[in-house]
Design a protein around this ligand. Sequence first.
Ligand SMILES: Nc1ncnc2c1ncn2[C@@H]1O[C@H](COP(=O)(O)OP(=O)(O)OP(=O)(O)O)[C@@H](O)[C@H]1O
Ligand SMILES: [Mg+2]
Length: 371
Amino acid sequence: MENWKADILMVDDEPRNLLALEALLQPLGQNLLRAQSGEEALRMVLEHDLAVILLDVRMPGIDGFETARLIRSRERSRYTPIIFLTGVSMEMESAFRGYEVGAVDYLTKPFVPEVLRSKVSVFVDLHKKNAALTNEIKERTVAEEQLRESEVQLRALAARLISIREEERARIAREIHDELGQVLTGLKMDVTWLAKRLAGTEEQLVEKAEAMSQLINSTMHLIRRISTGLRPEILDDMGLVAAFRWQANEFQKRMGMRCRLKLPQEQVELDRELSTAVFRIFQEILTNIARHAKANSVEVNLSIAADVLKLAVVDDGIGITDSQILGRESLGLLGMQERAQLFDGEVSIHGVPGRGTTVSVSIPMLPPGQP
Ligand SMILES: Nc1ncnc2c1ncn2[C@@H]1O[C@H](COP(=O)(O)OP(=O)(O)OP(=O)(O)O)[C@@H](O)[C@H]1O
Ligand SMILES: [Mg+2]
């Protein structure tokens, strides 16, 4: 038994009886509370969470049965165990009427000390176990609440990281393209000027200048490739559908894999953040196919209706397994989920061994004008 003290209420109109009861129950080492009438007992059940109530049946004013009925009708004492105390002459009647009003047991005077104590301690025990369980539930509820909260925070953090990364990529892409591009253009003009001046005089120097000019050209290409890799201009300039077409084309060229496209006919106006998210998801899907699928062909289906954007990408490769989908290290897949969830969308992934993988994305679209 736990070492805190449980409250036991004894109700009897005879002070003598109360004292006798108290003496018998003292050895249990719990808190003994006394009430000398039904009214007083009712007041006490409002103030304490009682382990058990020992209730005299025959009392002036509200008798034991009525008191029990009222105790049961109160929220706090609805399930508090009540043991009726009764004289031998009323034993049978008390028992029947007692059970009707919600007693759990009854004891006949004079009490056998061991019987009294063992009955009471069963309820004290139950009460303490119940209290421990209630406490555990409360702690768990708090822990669950905290867990939910930290999940919300993590999600917000992930969203923030995603948008910071996009901003950074766009900024770096712009700077590489604009600043470096300008410097290189200037350099190229200078080298061309030099080459013209040297023409017909220093053959070796002219060759050198031409080699430099070539090098500058290939550096310009490289810069274009890097900045497009960071954030394709076409996404901002021409929109999602054009960016999809471009990305699929790149993929086809690089992987030598057939890529069939079904895209919306007309250009659709989409929020910049949303098109970035969908485009990044598409890139991750294609990267995964290139890295893992061993596929021969890919089918891409993008549809944008008024209320929902849908993307399905199907490959005919080895097929992703469930454990890979659920794997902790599947950060690429997790990133797709996060991006979709930012827009209340979802990603579902399905693989059939030897038959390929399908990734489906669906994102609800808000009517224009709503945040
Ligand atoms: N199209 C696919 N076909 C077969 N297996 C796939 C496919 N896409 C993903 N997988 C499997 O699922 C795993 C998880 O993919 P995920 O994109 O999360 O990780 P990753 O590509 O290995 O690494 P990264 O975090 O860089 O994306 C992959 O390692 C791969 O085993
Ligand atoms: Mg990946």
